[in-house]
Design a protein around this ligand. Structure first.
Ligand code: PMP
Length: 348
């Protein structure tokens, strides 16, 4: 199967919008092409539609050429574009491996694309035979989240490679939490598999959730389709500037990751010592999936006390589970204090 045969016919044929800043590539001095206000407000000019400067910085950090990078308004934009590039509404299908990140399903529902669900196994690893059996003729994309949200674990590299080998469609590996276990990234596999898309984000370890900057890495051919379909100026200039500035401080991010990892080890031990806690699952990310005795009641109690965690107990394989982000030491101590108060008054 060729990549082109996976692209929706209307996208293959699409003549994309040529923005003013895109069309002119020389060295201009007087810009009368984009109907902007000529008076300098600091932001009166449209931003670079392909974000070349920012992509160069990201490319240097990740060791990836800029033509293999797409930048989106959060990785949620990349998810949405993937659906629009590959999936014919009302006909095509994606596959997800629950429990997993909820936006794959929501974006598919919006795009009127069917979703096949193949549950992870009890160890939160993919069920390869079942994935194979459930891939119909219209399956276009499989979304794999690694480290997985909400379970926290990495998906085995060998399992993902097997899927890349036997599935003729697109395999998206969502590495939103990769900076908490950077050695496990699948970016080097891009050279080997033309059907692989790796997504990452500045929203987690990099500490920039509010600027909305997500990344997709893939072959130059696949990235050219993202560029065709995306809104012309999808990344605003404030985001581009802020990201560039902070990406130059990789050491700061790494120190914060180190501190979060230490807190995770400590918090895991403290949680395990509570009678209310039945299990803390191993985590390769910056959150813990925690099985407790009374998830609903504990969630309600913590909320009333101003400590907000995520109740995942209605997700498959996550019965009575809360997902708890690793905070600062002070925040983590507050959580433990409230959980202690709860267990001292909860029915056994
Ligand atoms: N993927 C996963 C697995 C996530 O958990 C999240 C955020 N919760 C995202 C993607 C979305 O990230 P962004 O902020 O880049 O849209």
């Amino acid at each position: 199967m060729t990549i082109e045969s996976l692209i929706r016919p209307n996208i293959l044929k699409l003549k994309p919008y040529a923005s003013a800043r895109h069309e002119f590539t020389g060295k201009g001095e007087v810009f009368l092409d984009a109907n902007e206000n000529p008076f300098d407000t600091g932001v009166n000019r449209y931003p670079d539609p392909l974000q070349e400067k920012l992509k160069s910085a990201i490319g240097r950090l990740k060791n990836i050429p800029t033509d293999q990078i797409f930048l989106g308004n959060g990785s949620d934009e990349a998810i949405d574009l993937i659906l629009r590039i590959f999936c014919v509404p009302g006909r095509d299908e994606i596959m997800v491996l629950p429990p997993t990140y909820g936006m794959y399903q929501v974006s598919a529902d919006i795009a009127d694309v069917q979703v096949k669900k193949v549950l992870l196994q009890a160890d939160f690893q993919p069920d390869l035979p079942s994935i194979r059996n459930n891939l119909g003729p219209h399956a276009k994309v499989i979304f794999i989240c690694s480290p997985n949200n909400p379970t926290g674990n990495l998906i085995r590299r060998e399992a993902i490679e097997e899927i890349l080998e036997f599935f003729g469609g697109i395999v998206v590996v969502d590495e939103a939490y990769t900076d908490f276990c950077p050695e496990a990234t699948l970016l080097p596999l891009l050279e080997k598999y033309e059907n692989l898309i790796v997504m990452q984000t500045l929203s987690k370890a990099w500490g920039m959730a509010a600027i909305r900057l997500g990344m997709a890495f893939a072959s130059p051919l696949l990235i050219s389709y993202f560029n065709k379909v995306k809104a012309p100026y999808n990344i605003n200039i404030l985001t581009q500037r802020f990201a560039l500035e902070r990406l130059s401080k990789e050491g700061e991010m790494k120190a914060q990751v180190q501190s979060i990892r230490q807190q995770k080890t400590w918090l895991t031990r403290e949680l395990e010592s509570l009678n209310e806690v039945l299990q803390v699952y191993p985590s390769d990310s910056n959150f813990l999936l925690v099985k407790v005795r009374h998830a609903e009641a504990l969630y309600g109690y913590l909320s009333a006390q101003g400590v907000v965690v995520r109740n995942r107990s209605r997700e498959p394989l996550c019965e009575n589970c809360l997902r708890i982000t690793i905070g600062t030491e002070t925040e983590n101590r507050t959580l433990l204090e409230k959980m202690n108060l709860f267990q001292n008054q909860a029915p056994v």
